[in-house]
Design a protein around this ligand. Structure first.
Ligand code: ADP
Ligand code: MG
Length: 628
């Protein structure tokens, strides 16, 4: 609950709405205690006193009644009716929706067609018809407004319930012999309550307006009783001569509805479970950067792209997940660097940090640099990052179905990727897109360009993903497990395609994978990651032949070898550590057979010479003897 309020408080507009709404509600609650003139006492001698006249702070209306008093009493009444109507509509609508959604079949049909009939009438006409049938009066207006809003709740809740009714936990409850009523109360209801609250918070404003509308037409509150709508209605005749009589209740309605709607939006955001972990995040355009000490401005860098001591963390509530802690690596043109590690070792976060693509909040880059030809891109202004993304540094992601837009033809998406960075005519764009598709060896490129993503196979889609990455002739391609979702033959084709591309175009590739087999095929050098750090790095062949870090050795032992006879595949026991609570010393020590007391003591440095280095006190092979 306190988390909910914290989330709400982070949204300034919602907080503003809450404060204003709170003030209005408090005013309405204490109205009977205030020293006000009776709102219904008429005094024709005092008609149309302007605001700030003695005894009448807001003036008087056409019958000489005190406007301040009528306003406060009227607000009280309008709020009460609005809230009550929302509550009735929500309870009745939710009940109808849950029953229809849970029982389904004929029950659902009968109920929902009834609801559809209600929905077929225009809102306000239906309300008018109901009041006309019941007779004017505030209670009848309340009933009318509630009934008119039931379909909205019923439809919403039914949709959610249908989804829930076939979930495993409901089946389990049925198998446990629970009665339907009990299942509805204990399994379904708790899951739909947030939706009900959200729907309510976004409709109360409407209902207050609708009630005011009915009162305005004389069908709601009856004279002399004041509510905001009837005050407006009575002031109508004096709109030109004494506008303040209309303006005062009008402003109050505006304040109430605005603040309720702002608050309602905030409540919806705060209750939405998807937003819970990421706070009220509309992710920022680039990852937040909070570096204690800035890296030296321009040091000589050897590579085209180099990371220096990169630190990226996730700050969620009061936990800090150190996803990447001090990663340094670099690639030269035409070179392919493999980054390998179990899932969760921080490979993707490293890759996304380079172009500021880690979602923020909760992501924060807390240290290090990512240099493209010496220029540090971390903390670079957004327009600069944007011009680099896709043009100089391009990404290929794992799941091509998720990264391609399902509703656009692949050709149009390619043209869009090109036109993001350079103005290009439609026909040139199309020609270039066809070229791109050819270059990734898609047969019939002229026809394929008009396919939708769902009309292509997984391998095809990944080729389109690669074509898109190539669209602006980037210098560096970061491929994040591009072949994990593909079968082995297609994987081999994609790998050889990437290999050719880097030879032809001099691309630098950072290839992320968890498969040493893939690294062996494609990469010149490899960096092994564990718990957000590089534990070993070196030329691929050297690392494969003589892994120095026990973790590398065990990763390699996990790869089956064709034709090598029967061999027991060694799974690594245990799980990678959680990055919000890393152990002292070597993070792999708890799973390592060679670990000794010293491994758990303090920081272990990445030691070695030239490109070959290992972060281990008791390596499997000493690097010196191997290089000799
Ligand atoms: P992988 O090596 O499989 O690509 P990732 O780079 O995606 O791993 O993740 C590295 C670590 O960062 C993981 O341990 C994960 O728990 C953590 N992490 C990633 N995203 C978030 C997030 N939004 N909030 C908290 N932790 C996260
Ligand atoms: Mg990943």
């Amino acid at each position: 609950m306190s988390a909910f309020f914290k989330l709400l408080a982070r949204n300034r507009m919602a907080l503003g709405g809450l404060v204003v709404m709170g003030l209005v509600v408090v005013l309405a609650l204490i109205t009977p205690l205030l020293p006000l003139i009776d709102p219904d006492v008429t005094n024709t001698a005092d008609r149309f006193q302007p605001p700030f006249s003695p005894g009448h702070l807001l003036g008087t209306d056409q019958l000489g009644r005190d406007l301040l008093s009528r306003l406060l009493w009227g607000t009280r009444l309008s709020l009460a009716v609005g809230f009550a109507a929302a509550l009735f509509a929500a309870v009745a609508g939710a009940a109808v929706g849950i029953i229809a959604g849970f029982y389904g079949g004929r029950t659902d049909n009968v109920i929902m067609r009834g609801v559809d009939m209600l929905m077929a009438f225009p809102y306000i006409l239906l309300a008018l018809a109901i009041v006309a049938a019941l007779g004017p009066g505030l209670v009848n207006a309340l009933i009318a407004v509630s009934v008119v809003n039931i379909p909205f709740f019923a439809r919403n809740i039914r949709g959610i319930t249908v989804g829930l009714a076939h979930k495993e936990f409901v089946d389990a409850a049925k198998l446990a012999g629970m009665s339907n009523a009990r299942i509805i109360l204990s399994e379904i209801l708790p899951n739909v309550i947030p939706v009900i609250v959200i729907a309510m918070s976004t409709t109360i404003g409407w209902m207050i307006l609708e009630t005011a509308g009915l009162s305005f037409l004389g069908l709601g509150s009856q004279p002399p009783q004041a509510d905001l709508g009837s005050m407006l209605g009575e002031a109508r005749s004096a709109l030109i001569t004494n506008p303040y009589t209309s303006v005062i209740p009008g402003i109050m309605i505006l304040i109430i509805v605005m603040s309720i709607n702002l608050l309602g939006d905030g409540v919806r955001d705060a209750l939405d479970p998807r937003l819970k972990s990421g706070a009220l995040s509309r992710p920022m355009a680039a990852t937040r950067v909070d570096r204690k000490d800035k890296p030296a401005a321009r040091t000589q860098t050897d590579g085209l792209l180099s990371l220096e001591n990169l630190h990226t963390q996730f700050h969620v509530k009061n936990r800090v997940y150190k996803a990447v802690s001090g990663v340094s690596l670099s690639v030269k043109p035409g070179e392919c660097l493999g980054v390998i590690g179990e899932s969760g070792s921080g490979k993707s976060v490293t890759a996304l940090s380079i172009m500021g693509l880690v979602a923020s909040p909760p992501g924060v880059i807390t240290g290090g640099a990512a240099r493209l030809e010496g220029r540090d891109m971390i903390g670079a202004p957004y327009p600069e990052l944007r011009s680099l993304r896709g043009r100089r540094v391009a990404y290929i992601f794992q799941d091509p179905l998720a990264t391609l837009h399902p509703l656009y033809k692949v050709g149009d998406q390619l043209i869009e990727a090109i036109s993001c960075h350079c103005a290009i005519s439609k026909s040139d764009g199309r020609a270039k897109a066809i070229d791109l598709l050819r270059s990734v060896r898609i047969p019939n490129a002229e026809e394929r360009i008009d396919s939708y993503p769902h009309e292509m196979s997984g391998g095809m889609r990944q080729r389109v993903g690669i074509a898109m990455a190539l669209a602006n002739d980037p210098d560096v391609i970061i491929a994040d497990e591009p072949t994990t979702a593909l079968d082995v033959t297609v994987q081999a084709q994609i790998l050889s395609l990437l290999n050719d591309l880097r030879r032809e175009r001099g691309l630098a590739i950072i290839f992320i994978t968890h498969d040493f087999g893939v690294v062996a095929q494609l990469c010149d050098r490899v960096a092994v990651m564990y718990a957000g750090r590089i534990v070993e790095t070196g030329p691929t062949m050297a690392v494969l032949d003589a892994p120095a870090h026990p973790y590398t050795a065990r990763l390699i032992a996990c790869v089956p070898e064709l034709g090598a006879g029967k061999r027991k595949l060694e799974a690594i026991p245990g799980l990678p550590p959680s990055v919000d609570d890393l152990p002292m010393g070597c993070a792999f020590a708890p799973r390592c057979l060679r670990a000794q007391e010293a491994c758990r003591q303090g920081e272990i440095a990445l030691a070695g010479e030239d490109a070959r280095a290992v972060r281990c006190l008791f390596p499997e092979t000493t690097l010196a003897e191997e290089t000799a």
